[in-house]
Every structure is written in C-alpha cells, then in structure tokens.
Design a protein around this ligand. Structure first.
Ligand code: SAM
Ligand code: SF4
Length: 337
C-alpha cells in the first residue's frame, strides 16, 4: 500500500516553508547587552517543551516538508540532555531533512563539537562580535573569549564549517572591522554581519546609539577592498559579497535597511512551542496545547497548517526618522535568533 505524501507547507504568498528554527531553551550562559538584560527572569521548567516534545514537533515539521532545521535559543548547548535531541533528529538526515545545524555562542563547543559532528551537524554559526578580551567581556557580560575561540578551534578540528555572525555595533566593533575580516580569512571562517534589531526592551536611546547600518559598514570596507555582489544565496536573508583581495565571502543581513521578506522560507518555534510566522510580527500559534492534548499528531499538523496560512508578507522594523519603529517586546533569546 502506498501512503499519500502530506501537502507541503506553502504560505499565502506562495512561499514554500522548508526551514524551521527551533529554540530549545530561553536560558544562556552569556548576557549580551543587545539581547538580554543582566537580570533576566527565565521560564519555569514546566513551560518548556520536553526533549521528547521537541522531537515530535520537529519530526512533524520534517514530515510537512521542512528540509533545514536550525537549533537555537538562548544558548542551545546549555539545555540539559541536548544531545539526545540532536541524536534523535539525525535520523531524518537524508530522509526528509537536508541539514541539521545550530547557532551558538561557542562557549560549550569544545565539549560538544565531536558529538554534534557524530549527529550529522556539518555547518554551524558561532556568534562573535569582537576579538578583544575586555570588549568581549563587556558585550557578553559573562562570557570568556578564550573559551569561545577554543570552541571554534574544536569545531574546525572535527571538520565542521564555521560561520561567524557578528552584530554590527556602532562605537563598539566598528573600529575592529578589518581585524575581524582578516582573522576570519586566516582561520578559514565565513563571516556575516547583522544589523542590530529592536528585540526586547533595552531602551530606545541605547538601540539607536548601537545601530550601525550595514551600508555604512560596506562603504568602510570598500575603502580598502573591492567588493562584488554574489548571486549565491544560503536560503536565508543574507546577501553575499566577495572580497576581491582575500577571496572571502562576506554576508550581510540587513533587516532594517533592506529586507528580504519576499523570499522568506522560514518559521520559528520557541522553547514553549509558540510558532512565530515572522520574527518581526507578534502573531503566533500555540503548538504546545495540540502537542500535549493528543497522542495523535493530527491536531498538531492542523495547527501548523492554519498558522502558515496566516504568515504575513513581512515585518515592519524601521529606524528611520530617528526613532525605533516595529519594536518587538519579546527578546531575541525567546524567539530564537
Ligand atoms: N546564543 C546563541 C548565539 O548567541 O549564537 C543563539 C541565540 S542568539 C539569540 C542568535 C543570534 O541572535 C546571535 O547571533 C545574536 O548575536 C543575535 N541577536 C541577539 N539579539 C539581537 C538583536 N537585538 N539584533 C540582532 N541580532 C541579535
Ligand atoms: Fe545568549 Fe546568544 Fe543572547 Fe548572547 S545573543 S545573550 S549568547 S542568547
């Protein structure tokens, strides 16, 4: 007997949804100033999806056509037992899932690089905003640069491809632009810059002070290097440029100055099972109730389909007119960056 394949997820704008980012915890061992306040209140454990529930949820998305799964948080590698989840997800690789990956602050990578590789993780994103020990401490509040660099080395040593994600911050890492670039070139790491987004209330003044538009960053790069735009797309919102002199590929994620909502193929699930159809909109669907309410996956599938049918066209982030518009009350660590 042959089983009919379930209909793939397609939103009202004909965008095929094949990329899921799942946050497995809201907790973190860092307190990056643009992401969290120093004294965060985290969710009670019972609110969080269990590892089994996360597995059932993600497996349902894979059945509905998700081909790429990115695990994020909070810091995904501080979730207790997280390798059980990765090991479980690896069964879908080559059988629905093309890629299993994660975004991490790198603090626990030294320990996890090998088990992640064994679970089929081949590419990872590591967030790193500065190579200066004191500035690293200042921006992460609790982090250690040395530990992160050891983590990156461990990931490279097992064979993973590492992409560094750097949030562009005025009066902070603008002076390090060329150092970051040449360090990544020497280490064989891809590099992507991200504009700071208005996620979580940190005070409007601070946001605007931090905001360094990537068009300015690019202009600074172009003073020394020849940049050519590449047609390469990673299936995400980044645009890529090649640095003629070093052969490096540099990504730019510009949700503020230029957005790529028209090609958005992704949705996000929080660690409590809220499905956000857009990072920059408040609308969400609760998937925890259908998960916990039935042993059958049918109500869950139904809730996912109904949510995808309302995926909005795009977000409304805007810093023009010297004010923060489209501000999201939730923190990036809640939705999963
Ligand atoms: N803890 C992991 C990490 O730092 O990579 C994963 C979660 S973190 C929320 C994911 C990404 O979101 C990081 O690259 C971080 O720099 C970025 N991020 C956090 N808050 C942001 C904000 N307000 N604007 C832009 N990027 C932000
Ligand atoms: Fe933690 Fe990542 Fe947020 Fe930094 S950006 S506080 S590492 S979740």
């Amino acid at each position: 007997m042959t089983h009919a394949l379930p209909d793939r997820l397609v939103d009202p704008f004909e965008r095929s949804i094949d990329y899921l980012r799942v946050s497995v915890t809201d907790r973190c061992d860092f307190r990056c100033t643009y992401c969290m306040s120093e004294h965060m209140t985290f969710l009670p454990k019972k609110e969080l999806l269990t590892l089994e529930e996360l597995d059932r949820l993600c497996s349902t998305f894979v059945r509905l056509g998700v081909r790429k799964l990115r695990v994020t948080g909070g810091e995904p590698l501080v979730r207790k037992g997280i390798m059980t989840f990765f090991d479980g997800m690896s069964r879908h690789l080559g059988d629905g899932l093309d890629e299993l990956t994660l975004t991490t602050n790198g603090s626990q990578l030294e320990r996890f690089a090998q088990p992640l590789w064994d679970a089929g993780v081949r590419r990872i994103n590591v967030s790193l905003d500065t190579l200066d020990v004191d500035k690293f401490k200042a921006i992460t509040r609790w982090g250690s640069l040395d530990k992160v660099l050891r983590g990156i080395a461990a990931a490279k040593a097992v064979g993973m491809r590492v992409k560094v994600n750097t949030v562009a911050l005025r009066n902070f890492n603008d002076v390090e632009l060329f150092d970051l670039l040449s360090w990544c070139a020497a280490e064989g790491l891809d590099l992507t810059f991200i504009e700071v987004m208005p996620m979580g209330d940190m005070g409007e003044v601070q946001r605007l002070d931090q905001y360094w538009p990537l068009k300015d960053l690019r202009a600074q790069l172009a003073e020394r290097f020849t940049l050519s735009e590449l047609s390469y797309r990673s299936g995400g919102p980044a645009r890529y440029f090649e640095v003629g002199e070093t052969g490096q590929r540099i990504g730019f994620i510009t949700p503020l100055t230029h957005n790529f909502c028209e090609s958005c193929n992704r949705v996000r699930v929080t660690c409590t099972g809220e499905l956000y159809m857009c990072l920059g909109q408040e609308d969400m669907a609760d998937l925890r109730a259908p998960l916990r309410g039935s042993e059958s996956d049918a109500p869950l599938e139904d809730a996912i389909r109904r949510a995808i049918a309302r995926k909005p066209k795009g977000h409304d982030f805007d810093y023009s007119r010297q004010e923060v518009a489209g501000q999201m009350s939730r923190h990036m660590s809640h939705t999963g960056g």
